[in-house]
Ligand binder design. Structure first.
Ligand SMILES: [Zn+2]
Length: 567
């Protein structure tokens, strides 16, 4: 859907400040409070059942329970069941998009009401993070997945395949996000340095050159000076470990999501930009989703409760700061988790909490991923399987069939065998190992405006209005089609290695030659390098290149600072 504000919300969000539209007219008549800071927190893959299960397990209120609540519709541009990439695109840009798309739009949508504006079809669209950056604020991204996974990736990147994380990593590095904390170190390193970058660019060197403080474990994170201005930590080569598994040697040096959230807020708050203008921070509890795909309740509880602690940390700051909007919402439900199952059909009205939570779930000390790491090569030994499941999950009645299922489970996916085994010993049940099309709750702190039932695209509008920025204006500044912007020039597009992050545009105009490497905020004119306020993005769909308007100024010899707001 085009950046649809559902009717009621459009009135409520746009309070009182005259927010300028791209055409300079006032689009809002009613007062809406502006905030210095916005923190959006996303427990990926959580439906209502996840919150309910976590609350019963915790045996006290969740951090978000005291907040205001609304309901969010999650469907994408081409399906009623969204994946994370279009869902995050909706949050970040205000547009519903196509499966696998990271803050780029398709030619058209197929779901009812979804309209893609002609001038934005098949290309990148500005994100809240980019608009906020242009406004001079500090920005941060925190996740427990690789930091270039779909959700954080969609705030800092633009591409057609969420799996091309090397490309998205380069975009994130050149977006100058002030604080980046998560997993996926392999994506900033070349093979010679233990990484996987096929374009052979060592992005760690780039980060050091850009002045980032680099941290690699929880001790370094804790010790880093809050006054460091720019902080970068990728704490694992791939995704980070599950929270409960940090008690095992393999993950003991990783920080928790709450540790990362607290430090991110601290650094952003003390940064010069943060003090002067405020900050925008996205925090994702990435792996509630993965445990839900596996229907694995210990993983769900580990990851949701870690997220809950992070929400508590964010709210602690917001309550002291009095100028921060906190949004807590999932991108979609996953697994169709229900409290109740076929075995409660006849007696649901008399089931006790013991049949849901205790002793089965309370006996699990680590997640299915942790169990797999402990079993290692011993997966074919029934004795080891029974022993580990007894010690770490308190399960002493495994059937021979269950032992067999665990023994033959694939490397890296044992939790898919373990999840149903644990779930079947409780009253809970799952309808799918995929996402569902259910609505999700939005919890929010900082305003009492009733958001009611909104679209996921409205989340971008809430951030936009709360921070007083304009996504259309940002789009206009950041994504000009190169053949139109450089009218009359000779353009050459090199797409060799484009999915690995390589490729560039060459522009020849008036005896000048400019080279714009894809995914970087850099333009090189006659051999001299200049920094732009946004990145160059290649559009796979229409073989076009999109560049910041500043590129034209720089090529024309006009200082970039003098052409910020001109067409
Ligand atoms: Zn997701």
């Amino acid at each position: 859907m085009k950046r649809v504000l559902s009717g009621i919300t459009s009135v409520l969000l746009c309070v009182g400040i005259a927010v300028a539209s791209p055409k300079g007219t006032s689009i809002c008549k009613q007062p809406f409070k502006k905030f210095k800071n916005v923190i959006i927190m996303i427990p990926d893959g959580c439906g209502v059942g996840h919150f309910t299960l976590a609350r019963w397990y915790k045996a006290k209120p969740l951090a978000c329970d005291a907040l205001n609540v609304a309901i969010v519709r999650t469907y994408g541009a081409n399906t009623y069941i969204t994946d994370s990439a279009p869902a995050a695109t909706a949050f970040a840009t205000g547009y519903k998009s196509w499966d696998k798309y990271i803050s780029v739009l398709p030619a058209a949508g197929t779901m009812p009401g979804v309209e893609i504006p002609e001038n934005k079809a098949n290309g990148p669209v500005a994100t809240v993070l980019e608009a906020v950056k242009l406004s001079g604020r500090a920005t941060g991204l925190v996740a427990t997945s690789t930091i270039t996974h779909a959700t954080p990736g969609a705030y800092a990147g633009h591409w057609y395949a969420r799996g091309d994380e090397a490309l998205l990593q380069k975009q994130m590095v050149y977006q100058n996000v002030d604080v980046v904390l998560g997993g996926g170190r392999k994506n900033i390193l070349t093979p010679a340095n233990g990484g996987t970058r096929k374009d052979n660019e060592n992005l760690l060197d780039t980060l050091i050159m850009k002045g980032y403080s680099i941290v690699n474990d929880r001790y370094q994170l804790e010790a880093v000076n809050p006054d460091c201005q720019k902080l970068w930590g990728q704490f694992s080569m791939n995704a980070m470990g599950r929270d409960w598994d940090r008690s095992l040697d393999a993950w003991k040096d990783e920080p928790s999501l709450a540790d990362m959230t607290r430090k991110a807020i601290e650094v952003l708050k003390y940064s010069t930009k943060g003090q002067q203008r405020g900050f925008f921070l996205m925090v994702e509890g990435s792996q509630v989703d993965w445990a839900s795909h596996a229907n694995e309740p210990a993983g769900v509880l580990s990851e949701y409760l870690a997220f809950d602690a992070a929400v508590e940390a964010a709210l602690e700051f917001a309550k002291m700061d009095h100028n921060t909007l906190v949004l807590v919402l999932s991108d979609h439900d996953n697994g169709g988790l229900s409290l109740g199952s076929r075995k409660t059909d006849a007696n649901y009205s008399s089931r006790s909490l013991d049949s849901l939570i205790s002793p089965v779930l309370k006996s699990a000390k680590i997640t299915g991923v942790g169990i797999e790491s402990l079993l290692g090569a011993n997966r074919s030994d029934p004795g080891s399987i029974r022993n580990i499941l007894s010690t770490w999950w308190g399960i002493n009645d495994l059937t021979d069939d269950e032992v067999g299922t665990i023994a033959v489970s694939g490397t890296g996916s044992m939790e898919y065998a373990l999840g149903p085994i644990l779930s079947s010993r409780t009253d809970m049940s799952w309808t799918t190992t995929g996402h569902t099309g259910n609505d999700v709750p939005l919890y929010y702190y900082g305003t009492d405006v009733p958001f009611k039932t909104i679209e996921n695209t409205d989340v971008a509008s809430i951030c936009e209005k709360a921070m007083g920025v304009d996504l259309d204006v940002a789009h206009d500044l950041l994504f000009r089609k190169a053949d139109v912007l450089f009218n009359g020039a000779t353009l050459k597009i090199d797409t060799i290695g484009v999915r690995n992050g390589a490729g560039y545009l060459t522009v020849e105009l008036d005896n000048k030659t400019a080279k714009l490497p894809f995914n970087k905020n850099v333009i090189i004119v006659n051999g001299k390098s200049y920094t732009m306020n946004g990145i160059t993005v290649y559009s796979y769909n229409n073989h076009s290149v999109y560049v910041p308007f500043q590129a034209k100024c720089i090529l024309s010899g006009i200082p970039a600072r003098n052409c910020l707001c001109k067409k």
